[in-house]
Write a protein of this length. Sequence first.
Length: 94
Amino acid sequence: MNERITSVTAYTTLDFVDGAAVGHDWTEGGSGVLNVSVPDEAPDRVELQFELDGLDVDRLPNHADRIDLTAEQARTVAAALTRHADRIEDGDAG
């Protein structure tokens, strides 16, 4: 990944994940970084960060996306991820 914006360390949640940038009439897939963290000082939110490798995506400038979640929102997302992961493991497509 060139000119990475998201810091990748031993603590990064997923330092290699498949993703895609999607527009109205185009999709460009590639590898990326996904991280979940809280600010070091005065943690008041959960930060969900995603960055596609700029070498894989021609339509967008190098950038990272971040979503700030409250603790309640983070728990809602975690529950949804667990529920859908369970469906994959159970072979339930519907």
